[in-house]
Design a protein around this ligand. Structure first.
Ligand SMILES: N[C@@H](CCC(=O)N[C@@H](CS)C(=O)NCC(=O)O)C(=O)O
Length: 202
């Protein structure tokens, strides 16, 4: 049984979605936030003291997207393909973490996450400008295929769509990126995505 430490209203959502897609049994060990996005108690199994963390038998992992790769590897294809496509999964997962997430978070904190009085509109605008530049790259990629690796949904889609999920849900303007919007709609309304989203939004 996978043990996902965190709450669905955190990056643990990504891992819950991955466990759902993998069809693996899991439990969520709830740990949420005190004011200021700090954890309400220390999480000893993660040296970074952040959520999520995963326990899978004797294995303990941190980093939400690494946890998702582990879960997908256990499930195998089609969620985790083999050969060159496994390398493409790595590429898109690192792209999600390094090219997309910093800018999504800059926009998110200043557009909806922080209390209104603490938001800085110029920071939201700077995050959006940087993210839009990356979304233009993604738009061109998705012009040739429905999912990142081709015709099938994989953990690459899951990882990137879960990084963009908060923006998609909270009014980010995707008008200039219709292919990205259609891809996000498809990923985030899959039955297993809806099962994970129900825990977060419901
Ligand atoms: N890169 C890490 C980031 C983890 C992270 O920042 N988690 C937030 C919640 S989504 C957290 O634990 N914040 C509490 C804190 O920083 O004290 C991952 O993807 O797992």
């Amino acid at each position: 049984m996978l043990k996902i430490h965190g709450i669905p209203r955190s990056r643990a959502f990504r891992c819950i979605w991955a466990a759902e897609e993998a069809g693996l049994p899991y439990e969520v060990v709830p740990l949420g936030f005190a004011p200021g996005f700090k954890l309400e108690r220390p999480l000893a199994i993660n040296p970074n003291n952040k959520i999520p963390a995963l326990e899978d038998g004797s294995l303990v992992l941190f980093e939400s997207l690494a946890i998702n790769m582990h879960i997908a590897r256990k499930a195998g294809a089609p969620l985790m393909p083999s050969g060159d496509d496994a390398s493409r999964v790595d590429q898109w997962t690192l792209w999600a973490a390094t090219e997309a997430e910093p800018h999504v978070m800059r926009w998110s904190y200043n557009a909806y996450l922080k209390p209104e009085a603490e938001r800085v509109p110029a920071e939201a605008a700077a995050g959006k400008e940087a993210l839009d530049a990356r979304l233009a790259v993604l738009e061109a990629e998705l012009a040739t295929r429905p999912y990142l690796l081709g015709d099938a949904f994989t953990v690459a889609d899951l990882n990137l769509a879960s990084v963009l999920y908060g923006s998609w849900l909270n009014g980010y303007d995707y008008t200039r990126f219709p292919k990205v919007k259609a891809w996000l709609d498809a990923c985030l309304t899959r039955p297993k995505a809806l099962a994970a989203r129900k825990q977060r939004e419901g």
